[in-house]
Design a protein around this ligand. Sequence first.
Ligand SMILES: *[C@@H]1O[C@H](CO)[C@@H](O)[C@H](O)[C@H]1NC(C)=O
Ligand SMILES: *[C@@H]1O[C@H](CO)[C@@H](O)[C@H](O)[C@H]1NC(C)=O
Ligand SMILES: *[C@@H]1O[C@H](CO)[C@@H](O)[C@H](O)[C@H]1NC(C)=O
Ligand SMILES: *[C@@H]1O[C@H](CO)[C@@H](O)[C@H](O)[C@H]1NC(C)=O
Ligand SMILES: *[C@@H]1O[C@H](CO)[C@@H](O)[C@H](O)[C@H]1NC(C)=O
Ligand SMILES: *[C@@H]1O[C@H](CO)[C@@H](O)[C@H](O)[C@H]1NC(C)=O
Ligand SMILES: *[C@@H]1O[C@H](CO)[C@@H](O)[C@H](O)[C@H]1NC(C)=O
Ligand SMILES: *[C@@H]1O[C@H](CO)[C@@H](O)[C@H](O)[C@H]1NC(C)=O
Length: 284
Amino acid sequence: MKMEKRRKSLHRFVIFFSILFSGVRGLRNVSIDIPLAVAAGTTVNMSCRYDLESDNLYTVKWYKGPEFFRYIPKEMPPIRVFGELGNKVLQNRSGAHHVVLKNLQPNHTGKYRCEVSGDSPSFNTIMVSAYMYVANLPKSDPQVRVEKIRYAIGDTVRGNCTVPSGNPPANVTWTVNGVPVNSSFMMNVTDKIIDNQQLMTIAGLDFEIIPDSFNNGRLHIICHANVFHLYKKQADVELIEERPRLASVLGTRESSYIGGATKRFDGWYMFNAAAITLLLRNFR
Ligand SMILES: *[C@@H]1O[C@H](CO)[C@@H](O)[C@H](O)[C@H]1NC(C)=O
Ligand SMILES: *[C@@H]1O[C@H](CO)[C@@H](O)[C@H](O)[C@H]1NC(C)=O
Ligand SMILES: *[C@@H]1O[C@H](CO)[C@@H](O)[C@H](O)[C@H]1NC(C)=O
Ligand SMILES: *[C@@H]1O[C@H](CO)[C@@H](O)[C@H](O)[C@H]1NC(C)=O
Ligand SMILES: *[C@@H]1O[C@H](CO)[C@@H](O)[C@H](O)[C@H]1NC(C)=O
Ligand SMILES: *[C@@H]1O[C@H](CO)[C@@H](O)[C@H](O)[C@H]1NC(C)=O
Ligand SMILES: *[C@@H]1O[C@H](CO)[C@@H](O)[C@H](O)[C@H]1NC(C)=O
Ligand SMILES: *[C@@H]1O[C@H](CO)[C@@H](O)[C@H](O)[C@H]1NC(C)=O
């Protein structure tokens, strides 16, 4: 009984203070919600959330460097846009909480800021910001090249993974039989033919075969290429353990395969995912 009473009075106390504070509170909890990364050419819906409490809205302004969008509910028309980015605003889909931008390009990568102001007398102003990448994605899949596909213990595997050019360049990682392995080198190469803002990525792989390297006589190498969550591709190659006893049998099958589906490439064999599938089918 006593506990019940105490709880009730505490409850009343909490309600009393909530009412007291809501009378003096104004604009608060401003947050910006924009994608981390989008592909070039897409339309982006950016949100700016806020809680006005008892305040009225005076303005919402958006900046990327200079201001590009302003919303003032008391004015007619309420929306005004500025500059090159302002011309990309879809005004009929933008307003107090959203600004929709069309056909963004990589040079629109950067920090976006939203500034919200309450009305008089407080004119309370809060600004928040977030960074967005606009990426030119690689136009095709990565490719793995290795010097050869048959190895004995003690041999060194050397290979490269090349990801077609994009902006920003792709992140490349390797796995060998599912285990992550560091690249021996990583290069961003300018692709002058397409556009000098575009960078091709080349990652190298270099490791020595040890007795544990093979799994049932196979070694599966995968190159993973990512550009944020927008481009996630992989290319793989399967290496074969060289064992004298099997050499003649495998040798004949392999040479017939090479005649068909691989291309000689400056003394290296070039593979793509489709060719590897063919290779595997040939061996099963
Ligand atoms: C602030 O806003 C976010 C998202 O709009 C919401 O999840 C969160 O609960 C709010 N926080 C407060 C203290 O109102
Ligand atoms: C919004 O305006 C654009 C032109 O600025 C027009 O193409 C589009 O159809 C309009 N969308 C709506 C939903 O009114
Ligand atoms: C933008 O996204 C919000 C949700 O975050 C949604 O309510 C609104 O309708 C969207 N606006 C447009 C024009 O797509
Ligand atoms: C971005 O690049 C386009 C051409 O792709 C150009 O028209 C525009 O002015 C550039 N904008 C900025 C902010 O640099
Ligand atoms: C791998 O890249 C290195 C460094 O650019 C180069 O020397 C080598 O020829 C490349 N190998 C292949 C197979 O492309
Ligand atoms: C890979 O590189 C990281 C950082 O450079 C290093 O800490 C790690 O030991 C390396 N792993 C291997 C297997 O070499
Ligand atoms: C390649 O470019 C990316 C982004 O510009 C950068 O983060 C990375 O360090 C560069 N890598 C090399 C090896 O230059
Ligand atoms: C590359 O990886 C780093 C570290 O995980 C990440 O911060 C960066 O955003 C990635 N870049 C791209 C283009 O995916």
